[in-house]
Design a binder for this molecule. Structure first.
Ligand SMILES: *Cc1c(COP(=O)(O)O)cnc(C)c1O
Length: 445
């Protein structure tokens, strides 16, 4: 039952269908009540917030750069101290030796993405890793050379796909098939993706899509799309930049071939930081898969014998090339210790409620401000915590007003703000306060 007052807008109908959870109220008391019931509320204090006007900001851009966990400095200092005190000996004699430092990340990270620990490792950065994984999983032939992706994929992914295609001597215009949104719509339909996969059929070499779209926040049906692509004989990989640490992932059970994600968005590991990869266990411990190889991918038992023969590590580490950049792994490990304490199910439970409450607050403010809809949420109901909101009749001035008043959001042309209330460090009370600031901003602009 939808029991609050509603204007019959698209937004309210959507809200009605999807939220029968509880009767929300747009009041400070109600928001505080939700905070009091929030099992994760104490985790806010684990993070460092920027300060504007002598007040901690309301931070909505955890989808772009997650906040710094306080404990990450300790992890980094540990390495700085070991480097100073032990120098080269730190590789083996540090409390967390550097030579196998990355191994510590695999188990907690595997839990976040729903994988076996051996299917996961941390190395390089995201676009680099997608390139490296395409070395293994995009091996086009004259007949089977096409790649399916979503239209307007994240630019780095577009450049990566086009350059890979050209590298293999094909023409991107012919080889890359983009699944379009329907005219006048802001999201993709699963059936359109499945239809495209079937149409491309035995010319399909690879499906590579962003698991959560960075622009509209849409979550794709990874399992169904993976199955459909594989049924045509193609590999299916995922860019999980906006998915890791945000939505429930079951990469192993879903049979995904490979995936990669950055760690600085929902994973809170620090700017530009190391990327995680997933390689399905069926491709592990195999010498017959082409890879770009380096010494950190060869068996650790014989690595330092410096023999010419490459013996792949029996896990995803076979794709590692260089020795681990431990200074960037340290804050990732710190952040993973938080994920390990809390687990994804709890985070997702709060995320759903928090995002629903933000949606409700936006709707209430819209109703209070009058007859025409200002906020059009273009994020479909398959979503993580991000809401992308089209602002009718409002411009960048509103975004600037929010920033000046201590609300950090993200602005995308033409008229979209992206709001990602993250369950680790955003509170319900912030959603309420944001609504009030937003309303004031519209009245003043
Ligand atoms: C953030 C993001 C990237 C960033 O790539 P880097 O190699 O880490 O700079 C790539 N793809 C998607 C979909 C992203 O959201």
């Amino acid at each position: 039952m939808c029991s609050f007052k509603l204007r019959p807008s698209k937004l309210s109908r959507y809200f009605c269908e999807n939220l029968k959870i509880m009767q929300f109220k747009n009041t400070a008391e109600f928001a505080k009540k939700l905070d009091a019931q929030d099992k994760l509320a104490s985790y806010k204090d684990e993070f460092i917030f920027p300060v504007i006007n002598e007040k901690e900001v309301i931070y909505f851009t955890g989808n772009s750069l997650g906040l710094q966990p306080k404990r990450s400095q300790k992890y980094v200092n540990e390495i700085m101290n070991d480097w100073g005190g032990l120098a080269v000996e730190g590789h083996f004699k540090a409390e967390k030796p550097w030579w196998d430092y990355h191994e510590r990340l695999a188990a907690p990270l595997a839990k976040v993405v729903g994988a076996k620990p051996e299917e996961v490792t941390v190395m390089n950065t995201l676009t680099v890793n997608l390139h490296l994984l395409m070395v293994s999983f995009y091996r086009p032939s004259a007949k089977r050379f096409k790649i399916i992706c979503e239209e307007k994929a994240f630019p780095s992914d577009q450049y990566m796909l086009a350059s890979q295609v050209r590298f293999h001597g094909f023409n991107p215009e012919e080889a890359i098939v983009e699944v379009k949104k329907r005219d006048g719509e802001n999201h993709w339909h699963l059936e359109d993706i499945l239809k495209t996969i079937e149409e491309v059929g035995d010319e399909l070499a690879l499906v590579l899509i962003g698991g959560v779209n960075y622009y509209n926040g849409q979550v794709f049906d990874i399992r169904t799309i993976t199955e459909a692509g594989q049924k045509q004989g193609a590999f299916v990989g995922w860019d999980l930049a906006h998915a890791a640490g945000n939505i429930k992932l079951q990469l192993h059970n879903w049979g995904v071939d490979f995936a990669a994600w950055c760690s600085y968005k929902y994973m809170n590991s620090g700017p530009g930081n190391a990327s995680g990869i997933f390689v399905n266990e069926k491709y592990l411990d195999r010498k017959d898969i082409p890879r770009f190889e380096g010494w950190w991918g060869t068996k650790k038992e014989t690595r330092f014998l410096m023999e010419p023969e490459f013996e792949p590590m029996p896990n995803a580490e076979a794709w590692q090339i260089s020795n681990a950049p431990v200074l960037s792994m340290a804050p990732y490990l710190a952040s993973l210790s938080l994920f390990d304490e809390v687990n994804m199910d709890l985070l997702i439970e709060k995320s759903k409620l928090l995002t629903a409450y933000l949606e409700f607050v936006l709707h209430e403010i819209d109703v209070e401000l009058g007859e025409t809809t200002i906020f059009e949420i273009i994020t479909p109901k398959d979503r993580g915590c991000q809401l992308s909101v089209f602002l009718h009749g409002q411009g960048k001035a509103l975004f600037d007003y929010l920033m000046k008043n201590g609300v950090i959001t993200d602005w995308r042309e033409p008229n979209v703000i992206r709001l990602a209330p993250t369950p680790f460090y955003n509170s319900f009370e912030e959603m309420y306060r944001f609504g009030q600031i937003l309303k004031q901003g519209i009245l003043e602009n």
